[in-house]
Design a protein around this ligand. Structure first.
Ligand SMILES: [Zn+2]
Ligand SMILES: [Zn+2]
Length: 173
């Protein structure tokens, strides 16, 4: 990145990103690494970061409880500012802009924090394996995705059991 910072304002670098999955803690797991492109543009203060990245996370369908892979698109549009003034070599007053994305002390851009935050925000509240997932049978818990099923062998309402007895007894008057 130091090279780009030495170049005139408006200079551009296009980077291809192919990074392994991040450690997002025990409750969130990526099923794929992070892939995409990041375009860096030299500004008068630092670097404009324009990232288009994608990955996927492990989720559970909120209706049928099946595990699924949830694709995540990550967009980053931020200016990254140095912590060391590039011209003078002196530390920058970072407290003046505490929320700014910062290059590290070697003028390198580390996007793990930004990418991790974006993935957490992309986590769906009620994910579905497919939009019309019928979920589970309220009586027996079986998946309804395979179509209608009967409850032979399952616990059946005793009133229905009586009717079944009638139907299967041809000798009865
Ligand atoms: Zn489902
Ligand atoms: Zn059922």
């Amino acid at each position: 990145m130091t090279g780009l910072l030495a170049e005139p304002i408006g200079s551009i670098r296009e980077l291809v990103v192919s990074a392994p999955a991040l450690d997002l803690g025990p409750d969130l797991r990526q099923t794929e690494g992070v892939e995409g492109t990041v375009r860096l543009t030299r500004t008068n203060r630092g670097l404009l970061v324009h990232g288009r990245l994608s990955t996927a996370i492990e989720q559970v369908c909120s209706r049928c409880l099946r595990e699924l892979e949830w694709p995540v698109q990550i967009e980053i549009d931020e200016e990254a500012l140095p912590v060391i003034d590039f011209a003078s070599g002196l530390p920058v007053d970072v407290d003046a802009e505490p929320d700014a994305l910062r290059l590290n002390g070697h003028h390198e851009l580390e996007l793990e924090g930004e990418v991790g935050d974006a993935i957490r925000l992309a986590e769906p509240i009620a994910p579905l394996c497919r939009e019309d997932c019928p979920g589970l049978c309220v009586e027996c818990g079986q998946e309804l995705a395979g179509g209608p099923h009967d409850h032979a062998g399952a616990d059946v309402d005793p009133r229905l059991e009586v009717l079944r007895g009638f139907a299967s007894d041809p000798e009865r008057d």
